[in-house]
Design a protein around this ligand. Structure first.
Ligand code: TXA
Ligand code: MG
Length: 354
């Protein structure tokens, strides 16, 4: 069975951290909070433990893991070289929600890198994650602590929902603050490229590295031609999710029309929108039990929207939504780019552009 230990997010009890650290050193699977989402930690150099982690998450072995370390100085044994760009970015953004993909050393098992010549590394800033990694004294590989293709967990109850009985321990440090996974920046070949947008935004990266490019999700305005990776089911609720993008008024009208059509078919309709949309959406009937409305923050408050996004997807699943309709949020810059990326992936091609 999976044990849960509660700790203070700011000042975790050293005895609790010591127990979790010992479990990691012994090859156990330990979920813990980071500033982005909960990670499922495992000894990054223990091949048998790594294989148990892939089995517990039902994750394909072709998907590489991020190695979490306590400080920049811990990179040495894991990488073949440290590019100057990595040094500059680390001194500005570590500890924090930035993952760097670097040329790997021979010490990193293929289970971590999925056989790639590179390894992804980050230094998380959450006090619980920092204390745990420091106490363990080992590099900790940690994917998000969800079953493969489910939304990442932003609170301990999400981890239990997916992994109860499949992992050893959950360190419950309350809800995470950022709510979407770290920015992944590839520095291992050619032009530095953002493989996954996150809270360290492209604008912030360009202040240090002007040449950074964005890949992985279609650029804004070109959503009709998703790149192949976008069609992959990922970050998804159980109910099929449709994303509505375009001009704000037209988006709400299209979403309301789709909600009415689904309701007419007898479906329970989950809706994710901004606080600002509440008035327009009341036309669907506030008391109708077949309409589950979640407004997850003001349109302008992208940090709030990001922090509540995954929990709202899980809530709508748990409440029995047959379909989920989501309005696109402003995505021109900043964290909005990451929110749009996760929603497009969750939609797995079901994107309506109006
Ligand atoms: O915020 C986060 O990054 C969270 C917390 C727990 O740290 N972790 C996380 O891990 O989101 P995961 O496994 O769910 O996502 C890791 C991402 C994947 O998209 C994977 O493809 C990419 O990092 N990645 C890992 N190693 C890579 C490599 N060598 N080259 C390119 N991409 C890599
Ligand atoms: Mg993940």
């Amino acid at each position: 069975m999976t044990d849960v230990i509660r700790v203070s997010p700011d000042n975790p009890d050293p005895a609790a951290i010591a127990r979790a650290a010992e479990c990691l050193r012994a090859g156990g699977l330990v979920a813990f909070p980071t500033e982005t989402v909960y990670g499922l930690g495992v000894h990054a150099l223990d091949r048998a433990a790594l294989r148990r982690l892939f089995a517990a998450k039902q994750r394909p072995a072709t998907d590489p893991l991020i190695v979490h370390v306590a400080a920049f100085e811990s990179l040495g044994p894991l990488v073949a070289s440290v590019p100057d760009a990595a040094r500059a970015l680390a001194s500005r953004f570590w500890p924090g929600p930035l993952t760097l993909v670097l040329p790997r050393s021979a010490a990193v098992p293929d289970e971590v890198t999925a056989g790639l010549p590179s390894v992804a590394i980050r230094v998380p800033s959450h006090p619980v994650a920092r204390a745990l990694i420091a106490a363990a004294g080992i590099p900790v590989a940690a994917p998000s602590a969800n079953l493969f293709s489910r939304p990442s967990p932003t609170q301990a109850s999400h981890v239990l929902e997916d992994l109860n009985g499949r992992i050893d321990l959950i360190v419950d440090g309350g809800p995470t603050t950022i709510g979407v996974e770290s920015t992944v920046l590839d520095l291992s070949r050619g032009t530095p490229t953002v493989l996954r947008p996150g809270a360290v935004t492209i604008e912030m990266l360009r202040e240090i590295l002007p040449r950074v490019e964005l890949s992985g999700s279609p650029p804004t305005g070109d959503a009709r031609m998703p790149s192949p990776g976008m069609l992959e089911k990922h970050y998804s609720p159980r109910a099929p999710l449709t994303l509505f993008e375009g001009r704000a008024n037209a988006v709400l009208q299209a979403l309301i029309t789709a909600a009415r059509a689904a309701r007419a078919e007898g479906k329970v309709v989950g809706i994710i929108a901004a606080d600002d949309d509440h008035g327009a959406l009341t036309t669907l009937g506030e008391r109708d039990p077949r309409v589950l409305l979640r407004t997850i923050g003001a349109e302008a408050a992208v940090e709030t929207i990001a922090s509540r996004l995954y929990a709202s997807l899980r809530e709508l699943d748990a409440a029995g939504a047959d379909v989920i309709l989501v309005r696109g949020f402003p995505a021109e810059h900043g964290l909005g780019v990451a929110v749009q990326d996760r929603l497009r992936r969750a939609a797995a091609g079901r994107i309506v552009i109006v």
